[in-house]
Design a protein around this ligand. Sequence first.
Ligand SMILES: C[S@@+](CC[C@H](N)C(=O)[O-])C[C@H]1O[C@@H](n2cnc3c(N)ncnc32)[C@H](O)[C@@H]1O
Length: 248
Amino acid sequence: MRALIAALFLTAIAASVSAADSATATNRYEFRKEHSRDGIGKFYMGREIAHVMGHQAADWLERPERDEEEHTGKLVAQLPIKPGDIVADIGAGTGYFSRRLAAKTGATGTVLAVDIQPEMLELLTNQMAQAGIRNVKPVLGTITDPKLPPASVDLALMVDVYHEFDHPWEMMEAITRSLKPGGRVVFVEFRGEDPAVPIKLLHKMTVAQVRKEMSALPLEWIETIAVLPRQHIIVFRKSAATKTPASP
Ligand SMILES: C[S@@+](CC[C@H](N)C(=O)[O-])C[C@H]1O[C@@H](n2cnc3c(N)ncnc32)[C@H](O)[C@@H]1O
């Protein structure tokens, strides 16, 4: 009898904890009827989330003038990656950066190329086959989960991706869990502070907004590298004493 009462008590606690969790998850995002046509009407910490770039526009990611416009070679050179590292390219698209990251990790390392669009991963797989690259592994994620193994990643890179995450908190919580202790997260976002950068407002981010959103997670800001003509490189490290992520 005593065991039955204890079991009922524990079930009641579990139910109230999970109700509290889902209430927090519901409150995390705000939905507004009046919003930008470039966004989905869902707001996180005051920022409207942008539409996902569809695979129909994949050619834009591979445009020949990309390096000249964005200095992508310089970007890759800034990343603290060494041979043998496990790197996650989140929102990898056609694999433009995965290919370059694969050269940095070398054959002893791996690039986990995550995307939510199977069509993008198919293009990426074809690109890797053409280039004879074998250390890039495509990973089909979901809008809440990049499907990465825990405590396994040295560096997670997101180039022009974070602003279109449908569930930014859930994604970043999962990405943080996938990092090794001291692992890094690198955001590359078009500069929201700079009206001269010719990109739609919702597809840019300010450093202040990225730092505000990451303050809800066990990540510490390391530096913002300002060497690119249009984008910030914003670097965080997984905190040594991993605190439980705060629910905004
Ligand atoms: C603008 S493209 C950038 C692609 C690549 N990073 C590049 O710079 O070449 C954004 C990509 O992020 C992907 N994406 C959006 N939300 C995602 C999510 N929650 N998880 C993984 N990928 C996501 C999209 O499917 C798209 O392929």
